[in-house]
Design a protein around this ligand. Structure first.
Ligand SMILES: Nc1ncnc2c1ncn2[C@@H]1O[C@H](COP(=O)(O)OP(=O)(O)OP(=O)(O)O)[C@@H](O)[C@H]1O
Ligand SMILES: [Mg+2]
Length: 281
């Protein structure tokens, strides 16, 4: 079992798109996959995967209950599906931080890690999609996963953000190591996303390659069809197979790109035994 957070401090760079299509690629390869949508904003992975986010008034248990209520577990809030299971997000995730403060909950950064523990043995991969802004949700995602994949756009801004995310991850790792010396956060790699082949794209790529930043051998092209797939609430594999949608010949490589990403991530990801040594007791 391995757990991976897809994260960048920059908004809109493709974290959710990457998480969903990577999950679909792994699911197609017969792996048991759980995706945790940990982003309270309305247009999050839950929506992309074809589900409507539940509202505050709903009485049903949500991810927040699984985090805070000992009686409720992830199994009570997950949706089981053919390709992968999903823990849908809920808008009340936005107030987790204030709830934790008001109720003086300790070790609040470890809530997700504890909540996932009982279901870990059921899955080969758990993917977590947190929001961009560094906050308690991101801390929870990174601590629960031990592995992070960073999508970036091949622009100057993307280059800076890749450096920034790696520094943030290293700082968090050092902070946690004060309490748990064995804790490691493995940067699986930087994924160039929305790549167009422009001169700027090539320059940024070269410059990132020359730095210490580990670029994955896979790049995801800038194809509007990924947005169309989101609008249709389908991953790119289902979109490609769908009677009303489908891919044009020049886009047909896209499912293969996410399959190659899955291979590359598997190769670089540290597994349970190597990284998950923080005990929460
Ligand atoms: N390779 C790509 N080519 C074209 N469009 C893309 C690509 N990847 C993502 N997009 C589009 O870019 C937009 C932002 O993507 P996405 O929501 O996945 O980013 P994000 O990093 O999760 O954003 P946020 O920070 O808000 O969580 C979406 O409309 C998505 O369809
Ligand atoms: Mg997102």
């Amino acid at each position: 079992m391995a757990t991976l957070t897809i994260w960048s401090e920059s908004g809109g760079v493709g974290k959710t798109t990457t998480a969903l299509n990577l999950a679909a690629a792994l699911g197609r390869d017969e792996y048991e996959v759980l995706v945790v949508d940990f982003d309270p904003q309305p247009a999050s992975l839950t929506d992309h995967a074809g589900y409507t986010k539940r509202k505050k008034a709903d009485r049903e248990a949500t991810i927040v209950d699984a985090l805070l209520d000992e009686e409720i577990s992830v199994t009570d809030v997950r949706i089981e599906d053919e390709l992968f299971d999903l823990v849908p997000a809920h808008e009340s995730l936005a107030s987790l931080e204030s709830t934790v403060r008001a109720e003086q909950i300790s070790m609040a950064e470890f809530l997700l890690r504890s909540a996932l523990e009982p279901v870990e043995s059921e899955y080969d991969f758990i993917l977590i999609d947190p929001p961009a802004t560094l906050n308690l949700l991101v801390d929870n995602a990174l601590i629960a996963s031990g592995n992070v994949l960073i999508p970036v756009e091949m622009t100057r801004k993307g280059e800076r953000s890749a450096e920034g995310v790696i520094e943030t991850v290293e700082a968090l790792e050092r902070q946690l190591q004060r309490a748990q010396p064995e804790f490691t956060l493995n940067v699986v790699g930087v994924l160039p996303n929305k790549v167009s082949g422009s001169t700027l794209n090539r320059e940024v790529r070269t410059s990132l390659q020359e730095s210490d930043i580990e670029l994955l051998p896979v790049t995801v092209p800038d194809y509007n069809v990924l947005e169309q797939a989101w609008n249709a609430q389908l991953d790119i594999f289902r979109f490609a197979d769908h009677d009303e949608h489908g891919l044009r010949p020049y886009q047909e490589q896209l499912p293969e790109v996410y399959r190659a990403l899955a291979d590359s991530v598997i190769e670089r990801m540290e597994t349970e035994s190597a990284t998950r040594q923080v005990s929460v007791e």
